[in-house]
Write a protein that binds this ligand. Structure first.
Ligand SMILES: *[C@@H]1O[C@H](CO)[C@@H](O)[C@H](O)[C@H]1NC(C)=O
Ligand SMILES: *[C@@H]1O[C@H](CO)[C@@H](O)[C@H](O)[C@H]1NC(C)=O
Length: 244
């Protein structure tokens, strides 16, 4: 909605409830932007006032990234870690940040000095995450007793702030989940062909799988996987022998 539409909305909001809803959504900047490290981000306000004297982007409340007095041709980029990685769109005040890193996570602030002398302020939270590396499953325990198989598997991804989810044939396994630990009892009726650990953060995921061999064994690769592996080794060898 443009500012003209917004004014109409404000005037009519008692009459038109949907109008009211739209203006509310516009003001909602509380949801953090979640992005993968290395990507480019645009911090943008759809409802930025057109006529302002000065615009300032902050990294934190007391660290300025840039400031633009609108009677000057270019903004002043301060000497920060952002200096060579940001540009300001002079048309709409959007801050473009390139090659974002985890340490760039912050609540960014935009302050705008209006011609009326009032200052407006917005906060835009940004959270940057590294891609989740492949986790490792450690087989801690496999024990067979009275036709039951007790399994304890650990899953670790070498990265902070990840969530772990375990999957079997029939989807996620929710039983007694603590961190990356899977501690389950398997009977033939509810065994799964595999157990997969998925490590994830809001922007990426990675996984590792072990395969179940009844009644109570685990293997790193499935039986199916072995055949192509075997062929890959054998075929060149046989060809090699034929060529001699
Ligand atoms: C499988 O069934 C047994 C016996 O009913 C139960 O104790 C166990 O929690 C079940 N395991 C899974 C992974 O559903
Ligand atoms: C496991 O992770 C890989 C990325 O390493 C992804 O391509 C694949 O789709 C994932 N598998 C599942 C079942 O999520």
């Amino acid at each position: 909605m443009d500012s003209e539409g917004l004014k109409w909305c404000l005037a009519l909001q008692l009459l038109l409830p949907h109008c009211f809803l739209e203006t509310r959504i516009q003001g909602q900047l509380a949801d953090a932007k979640l992005v993968l490290s290395g990507s480019s981000v645009s911090l943008q306000l759809s409802n930025l006032t057109k006529n302002y004297l000065r615009l300032t982007w902050f990294y934190t409340t007391n660290q300025k990234i840039l400031e633009w007095e609108t009677n000057r041709p270019t903004p002043n980029y301060f000497n920060t870690k952002f200096k060579d990685r940001v540009t300001l769109d002079l048309q709409n005040g959007t801050l473009h940040i390139y090659d974002v890193q985890e340490e760039d996570s912050s609540t960014y602030i935009l302050k705008v000095m209006l011609m009326t002398g009032f200052e407006e302020e917005w906060s835009i939270p940004l959270r940057v995450f590294d891609p989740v590396p492949k986790p490792d499953i450690t087989i801690e325990k496999t024990q067979e007793m009275n036709n039951r198989c007790y399994l304890i598997l650990f899953c670790t991804a070498r990265i902070q702030s990840v969530n772990y989810t375990w999957y079997g044939d029939s989807g996620p396994i929710s039983e007694r989940l603590q961190g990356g630990v899977l501690n389950i009892t398997v009977i033939p009726q509810n065994s799964s062909k595999f157990y997969r650990c998925e490590a994830s953060n809001p922007v990426s995921q990675n996984n590792d799988t072990v395969y179940f061999i009844p009644p109570c064994k685990l293997a790193r690769s499935s039986g199916v996987g072995w055949i192509p592996m075997w062929l890959m080794v054998m075929v060149p060898t046989i060809l090699g022998l034929l060529l001699i």
